[in-house]
Design a protein around this ligand. Sequence first.
Ligand code: TEU
Length: 553
Amino acid sequence: MKKTWWKEGIVYQIYPRSYKDNTGNGVGDILGIIEKLDYIKSLGVDIIWLCPVYESPNDDNGYDISDYRNISAEFGGNDAFDTLLEEMHKRDLKLVMDLVLNHSSDEHKWFKESRKSKDNPYRDYYFWQEAKNGKEPNNWKSFFSGSVWQKDDITDEYFLHLFTKKQPDLNWENPKVREEIHNIVEFWCKKGVDGFRMDVISLISKQTDFPDSHVPDNYGETIKTYYANGPKIHQYLNELNQKVLSKYDIMTVGEGPGIDLETGLDYVHEDRNELNMIFHFGHMFIDNGVGGKYDPIEVSLPTFKKVFNDWDAKIYPKGWGSIFLGNHDFSRMVSRFGNTEEYHNKSAKLLALLLFTMRGTVYVYQGDEIGMTNVAYPDISYYNDVETLNSYKEALAKGRDMDAFLKLVHRQSRDNARTPMQWNSSKNSGFSDVEPWLEVNSNYTQINVESQEKDKDSILHFYRKMSAFRKANKVMVYGDYECLNEDDTNLYFYKRYNDEETYIILLNFSNKKQTLDFVKYDLANTELALSNYSENFDAFLQPWEAQIRKYKS
Ligand code: TEU
């Protein structure tokens, strides 16, 4: 397996709007990130993935880009960006930009032209369709509620938007669109950025005859069958790679709703020249029922393990994976997979230990290094995320029990991950001098960077320990992975090994002591390398205990 910086590197994801406000308008900005670069470096990370900072009307907080070559003034504009890149490179930190190429903003000049008339030169930059039987062209539903079709009165036709109606889908079938996109990517490569996270890249090739979904109410199935992995997806990615990406030493990670075990490797197979990695959602949509995230189902540990086992088996040795347990689109990882009530510290550390001992590039989402948790605002008016608000409106229109729905929002809203970073216990958590764009989680007085810096037993220090451990032990990066107890409902054990050394990782995903079979796993022949408890026992694992042990022979 080829060794590269992006396989070994640890990525830190920043949602700029919520990181640090230095200009005093309640919105995080690039100067704020620059101020925190030494902190970021101290985490042992090598790469920053920056969520979109381009000009945008912010219908979806930057995932609706109106100018792909300019940085939004709200975040500090182009000068601040150039300084950021310079300051990062000085510290040997690499920068990965978020690129949203499946759709633009409806305020992008291409779309403004496109909607003007049927014969406008930009008309075919987007998908326009006539009404069918006086209605939308098909029954597809948007990721963010309602139809994917929006009627535009100027020409009396519908345009396609898989996300909000302010995010019209770009028509990659049109070679001119692809050329524009190649030029944009080249522009950022020449500027010296070190890579791209490509938003919903699995959706760029559509079935352009737009057939009705045969399962319109089954969200996951519709995405997989109709929206993702379209007929020309690999042609487009290969073309982008050959024309632009391959000329630079950069990393690429494609975000992939609808990518599954059958289709995943094709995106990242090293002989195919497309992307380096993808984010699949096997474990992230794990609690989604047929109706999606607001129709949640119970999750068991064996199902969770199966996702990691199956993907590892599918992808290696020809491809490379990405390891993450949360990002700006999901609830907080410790609220989701840990226990914030009784074992906040221990369970956050266990999840960190899992992240840093898995095969694949590690992605840490801002705030997870201090165990930031979900928020539960008292009512819907506190929420900002367009997906949350649209789902709420839809539930209201359907006559659902809205008290129960608010509880679901508490559990599932994307705003859980977007509350301002908790720097200290002063007003607004040290994020801003003024009222932030989204209310700070009220637990900031207990959970914040400043207090964890002082506490040697903090989650923050544990992250530093884990990143150092991974760096010092390359077997954690390149070694093989093998799960040892697929069916156990409380314990997750796995090995990481190469020809020279073997480690065993022991994780107790429960609130109870669990018996440890010392003999079965030959643990007498191991040495403890690292744990989230200061005292360990041969006979059992303590609640949420995590250990890394190394075999002596
Ligand atoms: O997310 C795509 C995606 O899969 C999400 O819409 C996901 O289904 C949802 O968040 C689950 O709650 C990407 C970006 O990461 C997201 O922030 C954008 O809103 C979206 O694309 C549109 O650009």
